[in-house]
Design a protein. Structure first.
Lengths: 548, 478
């Protein structure tokens, strides 16, 4: 049953981070083998899965069109009981770590919104400037060129007007590859209301083709379907990179669940081992190993790989693997409005208020990003109108009213890396006998203070400005699906897992790039930073293999 | 004009030609004036002739050549036609330039491969050949880079062999106006037969790959695409189009409810037609509208087939949600999953026409399914007046985001034809496979591959007989 295989670079995980590194390595002439735990499924099959869902499952159950394989479980949310099956969550804010990612070839970008914020220079110096969190081991000007490369690799559309760009007053080395997507009517209105409060709602840079094709993918035509799948691949997802990787000679092996990282006596990683769907085991060798399984599966694998040589797990001499788990604790406010707002024209998210993420106040409470969801309200309106028992013209009128005159405001708070927010191996095991991830999560007073004194009052003011007749705030903090921190980056090997290139301090040929490496979470979406770190790691990998 | 078109006829003509030998005609004397107006006229003619399509490589410097034109017999590289003395045409005299343009003869006397459509460019008047010379020597920046050298295997490397073919099929007369027709018609005929070289793609070819004049513009295969019948036949040509509609199609690449330009024609609209003057487009339309009708075997217009249709009501609720790719998906499933997001669930496209309706559409209404197959495989990418019309390919390029198999494209295409198009045509996996590999192969190709020697003997004997008969006729007349 057992077989062996090898490549210059083995990449575990076929999400955006793994795919970017694979392409860079192939371009440098290296051989690449990618291992993916989940299946590789055609886009059209996923689109049809989505359309075959009952209407009640089409919103907010972004996992539903991606039924997991027994050997690669992920969160499913069709019932509350189902939601407890895979991720084992505890702590005061367990609900805020209910992370929806898919273990499919292409990874979680299958159902991301495509939002591509850059960090600000301040975001990378929280400890120095505000006395909280951690500093990054390098400055913003180091990551800036990687941001630019990531924007071109993914195809990010963004504002051409520097006054509308984020971060403000920081020079960009290249313009966005495409201009911004136009605002829908709801976003225009929010922008006016925000301006009257001294806040600036700016176009969100997004990995979505605005008006032109990019890299063989068509322009967005406003299906408003970014979650749970873009039916035409106008939004970048890593599944679109897979054929490109194969065209360059890369190999992609789906349904290969890596369960062990094997190190040798000189601390180098010698092999990874994977299960096939028949529970057969295989050993793969390489010169460099990249574990790009996002912020939960990567630390889980490192911890599960513990052996005599690595008693705390691989790459874990610092005891920081699985600690510092971060995501932006989110609150949502559902509004009913006196006047039509008509969200739903264009992508599901297209703009945000960003200046609320920055300020001296970060020494005492979290910054936060505020935005209005731009998904079409009609399915919610229809469900609500039907519940009222209406029929005929009255039903029709009510569906229209609820589709036009309702909205959802969202606020995402900046998390800090707390060591107690920790991923460990649960006693419960999955189909293959691998321990499920257990995560303790407390959003901390830093976030709670922000919500109480800063963001909820802001939400209320925005709602008033929009003419809200009702304001329903979510009773607890929710997840934002931006998994960060579990393999935290730093200059000091005793307090961090990876170095500035996402290389494990403990193993020179093991790279752990992505959100897990981020030393600060900040209020903005993490993917572009993950992509930039992936490219930085790719440069280091290529350099390491060329020059030893 | 189109790369694919040139590629196919280049391949076939050079093969036919390589098996023969003969004599060429002489060049003529031209003096080169180079005032600004002449250079500008040359620039315009270069657009009309779409020289850049082949001589400017994607991402390369204008007219520096180097575009690889792949054929199963080897790769032909377009040449550097900038005024670089060493690597371009900088040393060409006006005469030499005209001889290359209209006779396919290089400065050193060698024959060009007919990837260069000199059989059409032979129509250029002396004045226009001079204007083109003025533009390419004075209006184009020299690029001192050698384009890759074309090195075809034997016997295709014997450029001399093209002489016989030229002797038989190259009409070396410049365009002669027809005094019975209007000035506009004559201008249109001059452009259509010459610079725009419509016949290169739209006219079917005979045994030795010569354009069949008797069936001019009645439709021909161009790689994976099919250049349809554009004669004035009301049923199978474009006789039902008004002159204004044809001009609008050439200018915009689309005629809502009828047709859109893709493949080589998309390139022609993007690089050439959209930049021509309204008067010239009207003239071309006037002429093309007058081309004698040729009726295909198929009956019925390719512009009016099909109707709105959807199988959603039987599809939904019956299909499970699956983590497996279906081994044998139905046409209806493939259509809804791959096409409906843009072309809509009933196939009517978008209201603004950006996504065309799949019925009342030449790509689905044509009996020959080549363009439907090619559109699914290779997509559409045409930018006109700064606005891009784009459909992604579904597997024709290995990098396409969505890769459909030959089997799935055959199922999907047949479904589209059945419900939105010509109706009773079935697409086979074999047809899709051919299109994926560049289009149907030529009957001459097996000769090249298998029985090259035997084929050569037969052809040479045949051609010798033809030449003998012609001479004999001349002798008898005398």
């Amino acid at each position: 049953m057992a077989s062996t295989d090898s490549a210059d670079v083995v990449v575990v995980g076929t999400g955006v981070v793994g795919c970017l590194i694979a392409e860079q390595a192939l371009d440098a002439g290296l051989s690449v083998l990618m291992l993916e735990a989940g299946p590789r499924v055609d886009r059209w099959r996923i689109v049809e899965n989505y359309r075959n869902l009952p209407p009640s499952m089409r919103l907010f159950h972004w996992d539903a069109p991606y039924p997991p394989k027994p050997w690669a479980p992920h969160l499913e949310t069709r019932t509350p009981k189902e939601a407890e099956q895979y991720l084992q969550l505890e702590g005061p804010n367990a609900r805020a770590y209910l992370q929806g990612y898919v273990r499919y070839a292409g990874g979680a970008t299958w159902h991301w919104a495509g939002i591509c914020w850059r960090l600000t220079p301040e975001d990378m110096r929280l400890k120095s400037l505000y006395g909280v969190g951690r500093d990054w081991p390098f400055a913003h000007d180091i990551i800036e060129p990687y941001y630019a490369r990531a924007e071109y690799a993914l195809g990010v559309c963004g504002p051409t007007d520097p006054a509308m760009q984020w971060p403000p007053n920081v020079k960009r080395s290249r313009p966005y590859p495409m201009g911004p997507t136009p605002f829908g009517p709801g976003e225009h209105r929010l922008t006016e209301v925000a301006a009257s409060m001294g806040l600036m709602n700016i176009p969100a840079p997004q990995a979505r083709n605005s008006g032109v094709a990019y890299n063989g993918r068509p322009a967005c035509c406003g299906n408003n379907n970014c979650f749970p799948v873009c039916p035409i691949a106008a939004k970048y997802d890593a599944a679109t990179a897979l054929p490109k990787i194969e065209a360059k000679g890369g190999r992609i092996l789906a349904n290969a669940v890596v369960y062990r990282i094997e190190t040798g006596d000189k601390k180098a990683v010698e092999a990874v081992h994977y299960f096939d769907p028949d529970k057969g085991t295989h050993r793969i060798t390489a010169k460099v190993f990249v574990i790009a399984c996002n912020g939960i599966e990567t630390p889980k694998l490192l911890l599960f790989s513990k052996d005599d040589r690595n008693p705390n797990g691989v790459a874990n001499s610092s005891d920081q693997v699985g600690r510092n788990m971060m995501d932006q604790p989110k609150l949502i406010a559902d509004l009913e409005l006196a006047e039509p707002l008509w969200t739903g024209v264009g992508p599901v998210q297209s703009s945000s208020i960003m200046n609320t993420t920055q300020g001296e106040f970060r020494s005492s409470h979290a910054g936060a990003l505020l935005r209005m969801e731009n998904f079409a309200r009609s399915p919610l309106g229809a469900a609500a109108a039907l519940k009222k028992g209406l029929v005929g013209k009255a039903l029709d009128t009510e569906i229209r009213r609820l589709s036009a005159c309702t909205a959802r405001l969202t606020v995402e708070h900046e998390p800090l890396p707390w060591p107690d927010n920790r991923l460990t191996l649960s006693d419960k095991k999955d189909w293959l006998g691998i321990n499920k991830p257990n995560i303790y999560y407390d959003v901390s007073d830093y976030v709670r203070r922000s919500a109480k004194d800063y963001t909820v009052p802001l939400l209320q003011k925005l709602a008033d400005g929009l003419g809200a007749t009702s304001f329903k705030l979510s009773p607890e903090f929710l997840n934002s699906d931006h998994i960060m921190g579990g393999c935290i980056m730093g200059a000091d090997p005793t307090t961090s897992v990876v170095d500035a290139d996402c290389r494990a301090h403990d193993h020179h040929n093991l790279f752990l790039p992505g959100g897990g490496a981020m030393p600060s979470g900040t209020a903005s979406n993490s993917t572009l930073t993950m992509a930039a770190l992936a490219l930085k790691a790719a440069d280091a990998i290529v350099d390491q293999l060329r020059h030893g | 004009m189109s790369r694919a078109g040139h590629r196919i006829c280049a391949l076939l003509i050079l093969f036919a030609g390589s098996l023969m030998a003969g004599a060429s005609s002489a060049a003529e004397q031209i003096d080169p004036p180079a005032d600004k107006a002449t250079i500008e006229r040359g620039a315009y003619l270069a657009i009309a002739a779409d020289c850049a399509a082949c001589h400017t490589a994607p991402g390369g410097k204008p007219f520096a050549g180097g575009l690889p034109i792949g054929t199963p017999l080897g790769t032909i590289y377009s040449t550097n036609i900038t005024p670089s003395a060493e690597f371009g045409i900088g040393r060409y005299t006006a005469d030499e330039f005209a001889r290359a343009l209209r006779r396919g003869i290089r400065r050193d006397g060698a024959q060009l491969y007919p990837a260069m459509p000199y059989t059409s460019y032979a129509k250029f008047t002396d004045d226009d050949a001079r204007a083109l010379y003025a533009y390419f020597t004075k209006g184009v920046q020299p690029v001192d880079v050698r384009a890759p050298v074309t090195a075809l295997p034997f016997p295709m490397n014997i450029r001399l062999s093209m002489m016989v073919w030229n002797f038989l099929f190259l009409d070396s007369n410049v365009y002669a106006p027809d005094p019975r027709q209007s000035a506009e018609w004559n201008r249109g005929a001059y452009l259509a037969q010459g610079a725009a070289h419509c016949g290169t793609c739209h006219t079917p070819r005979g045994f030795l790959m010569q354009e069949e004049a008797s069936r001019a513009l009645s439709g021909a295969q161009v790689g994976p695409w099919y250049a349809p019948n554009i004669t004035s036949d009301p049923a199978t040509g474009i006789g039902s189009w008004t002159r204004e509609e044809l001009a609008a199609f050439l200018r915009t690449g689309r005629l809502p409810g009828k047709a859109q330009a893709a493949g080589s024609m998309g390139e022609a609209v993007e690089h050439s037609f959209q930049h021509l003057s309204a008067a010239d487009l009207d003239a071309v339309a006037t002429y093309v509208k007058s081309v004698p009708p040729v009726q295909d075997a198929a009956s019925g217009s390719r512009f009016s087939a099909g109707r709105m249709f959807s199988e959603l009501s039987v599809l939904r609720g019956r299909n499970p949600i699956s983590s497996n790719n279906d081994a044998n998906p139905t046409g209806a499933q493939l259509f809804q999953g791959n096409c409906a997001s843009c072309h809509s669930a009933e196939g009517q496209g978008s209201k603004d026409g950006y996504y065309p309706s799949l019925f009342h559409n030449s790509a689905t209404g044509e009996k020959n399914p080549a363009n439907l197959i090619a559109a699914i495989l290779y997509g559409v990418d045409r930018t006109v007046s700064g606005r891009q019309a784009f459909m992604p390919g579904f597997g024709g390029h290995p990098t396409d985001s969505n890769q459909l198999s030959n089997r799935d494209i055959a199922m999907l295409g047949t479904y589209v034809l059945t419900h939105y198009g010509a109706g009773d045509t079935t697409i086979t996996e074999q047809q899709v496979s051919e299109a994926r590999h560049g289009g149907p192969s030529s009957p001459l190709l097996p000769l090249a591959r298998g029985g090259l020697a035997a084929g050569a003997v037969v052809l040479v004997l045949g051609v010798a007989f033809l030449i003998f008969r012609r001479r004999k006729a001349v002798v008898q007349k005398a």
